[in-house]
Design a protein. Structure first.
Length: 63
């Protein structure tokens, strides 16, 4: 899953991978639902965090 992406994604790449807009991405990051870190004013999102978010979201919906 997401083999074509680097281990750490930019906000643009994360939006593309999740197929969501910037506002939705920043809401996930600020709420802590999606793990990421800031490098100055720029968010960086580990690819593993995106995979975990997806698996958690699927698990929450199936219950």
């Amino acid at each position: 899953m997401f083999e074509e992406y680097a281990d750490v994604l930019t906000a643009d790449e994360a939006c593309e991978a999740l197929r969501i807009g910037y506002n939705a991405l920043y809401e996930l990051l600020n709420s802590g639902k999606l793990k990421g870190f800031r490098n100055g004013r720029v968010w960086r999102i580990p690819k593993q965090a995106i995979q975990e978010y997806i698996l958690t979201s699927i698990g929450a919906k199936s219950k």
